[in-house]
Design a protein around this ligand. Sequence first.
Ligand code: IMP
Ligand code: MG
Length: 255
Amino acid sequence: MHLSEHPLISASAIQRRVDELGAEIAAHYGDEPITLIVVLKGGLPFAADLLRAIPVSDVCVEYIRARSYAGTASTGEVLITMQPEESLEGRHAIVVEDILDTGRTASAIQARILALGPLSCAVCALLDKPARREVPIEADFTGFVIENYFVVGYGLDLDERFRGLPAVFVLEEAEEPEPAFLMDDEEPPAAPESEAPFPWPEEEVAGEETPGAISPADPGSGQTGGTPSPGTASGPPPPHRARARRRRRPRPPFR
Ligand code: IMP
Ligand code: MG
């Protein structure tokens, strides 16, 4: 697997969208008390930025932890291993997820949170991969709709790696190995050692998003059971749709 050379979603595009989501959430809930339910571990960077983008004083933070992935494959089984400690009574809960994939995690978490008795429980996902959905759930607030890529960065990981990347990158399948032409008695050459554990992209991480990588999407209805209907009236602005840009230059070494 290789990290895409260019981000699918740049850090500045993420920040701009997170600011918009914060404003959408504030406009929807007004002065009502909100508790952000941060889904560990992947939702942490998103939730930290979102918290600061909601211009409302009564916003609390709680944590929930769920696991469903091993490598790039969903196990289909959701384990909830930590849940909120403070009461959610009289408060609107917003589950803050990195990505909606099959929908199993968000669905299981929303059910668990609703059982704790909040006024409502919405789902806010930075990314949405609707093509992968197996459980009928839509986020009430969505950052970007993406195609069926495995992505890393800004909290998203591959076996705990890449979470600290400030932008979102695509993990691409490995290229075909270079053909090796060897004499009968010749040993294959040793693989070259890469200098870094993996190449930390230095360009385009914080710059403007890659031209053509993000375009407006159709407005989603975004309604799920027990949620406070943020899509009513004129509805929230549509999530953005992102797609990967083709790689144009040779990749740096990766291991
Ligand atoms: P779901 O239960 O299948 O919707 O999966 C949700 C969880 O799977 C997310 O919170 C992520 O932790 C993980 N996940 C799904 N897609 C990706 C991806 O493309 N990259 C990294 N993690 C992913
Ligand atoms: Mg996650």
